[in-house]
Design a protein around this ligand. Structure first.
Ligand SMILES: CC(C)(COP(=O)(O)OP(=O)(O)OC[C@H]1O[C@@H](n2cnc3c(N)ncnc32)[C@H](O)[C@@H]1OP(=O)(O)O)[C@@H](O)C(=O)NCCC(=O)NCCS
Length: 268
């Protein structure tokens, strides 16, 4: 196994608290990351298998493409790690053992946690993304969330008309500054829109052009809060956006989609 820890908190506790404050998120939340690892070594497989539930192990056996197996697995590890962090923050009773919780995909693909043993309890909402060797996941107690990791890529230059307006392009180019390449700003906007698409619970995922960047805040160097409006209602979504290595990372919590969890151990 490589020296990179298998699963890590993506942010330190003060960094995470800063993002929660900037996004106005009162719910316990966590963001984790996991590198994609080779599943060739039996010891690695055994270690990872111990963290999966029986239905997850069955699903992993069904996946044949190597890259998909690795992404799928890293996403699940990151999601379970983030979920356990959130359960701890929410003081929501004893943490379930990892094999007792399963990450499932709802029919349209949205990931969710399900408890396979023990008394019924509220579990966090989760979101997963993978890109070029890494998976990230976020978990939030009581509100839907969306996360997206995108490697900075020149393909955003070719595709820009499909996902943003000229005015938005100018805005993201301005916000990332003269030192940044145009694809950095465009990838950041792409990731922000993907995060909103995943975070807002709708029957069908909204199109990229149904979202519009209307406001940008830069509370600290290299950290942005992008305000996107969605659809005819003009509902506003605050998205955290930042760079990590050669990736753009964006995440959002849909406070308007807040689930009622009063009395279920979620401190609001
Ligand atoms: C779903 C989608 C947003 C994923 O984005 P992406 O940049 O390609 O991939 P990412 O690695 O960032 O995200 C993948 C994760 O998104 C999550 N996801 C998939 N569908 C989702 C949905 N409807 N809502 C929220 N999250 C979703 C899954 O957890 C998936 O990881 P997993 O399969 O390992 O569980 C994108 O593929 C898309 O727009 N698909 C179109 C919808 C579609 O084809 N649906 C088919 C099912 S009917």
């Amino acid at each position: 196994m490589s020296h990179t820890p298998l699963i890590q908190d993506h942010f330190s506790a003060p960094e995470l608290a800063g993002w929660q404050h900037r996004l106005g998120v009162a719910h316990p939340m966590a963001v984790s990351r996991s590198p994609l690892v080779s599943l060739d070594h039996p010891a690695v497989v055994a270690e990872l298998a111990a963290r999966l539930s029986p239905p997850e192990l069955a699903r992993l056996r069904d996946l044949t493409l190597v890259k998909r197996r690795q992404e799928w697995l890293a996403g699940r590890l990151a999601a379970k790690h983030a979920a356990c962090r959130v359960l701890r923050q929410a003081a929501a009773g004893p943490e379930p053992a990892w094999p007792e919780i399963a990450v499932i995909n709802q029919p349209a693909g949205r990931p969710a946690l399900t408890l396979l043993a023990g008394s019924p309890r509220l579990l966090p909402q989760i979101s997963i993304s993978h890109s070029h060797g890494w998976a990230v996941a976020m978990a939030v107690m009581g509100a839907p969330c969306g996360i997206d990791l995108q490697r900075i890529s020149a393909k955003t230059l070719k595709l820009r008309e499909r996902f943003c307006l000229l005015r938005e392009q100018e805005e993201v180019t301005r916000l990332t500054g003269a030192q940044a390449s145009p694809e950095q700003g465009l990838t950041l906007l792409w990731a922000a829109k993907e995060a909103v698409r995943k975070g807002v619970v709708k029957e069908a995922l909204p199109g990229f052009l149904a979202m519009e960047l209307v406001e940008v805040h830069c509370p600290a160097a290299g950290q942005w809060v992008l305000i996107l409006t969605l659809g005819a209602s003009g509902a506003r979504h605050a998205v955290a956006a930042t760079f990590w290595r050669d990736f753009a990372l964006a995440f959002t919590v849909d406070e308007q989609g807040c689930l009622d969890c009063r009395g279920l151990g979620c401190r609001l």
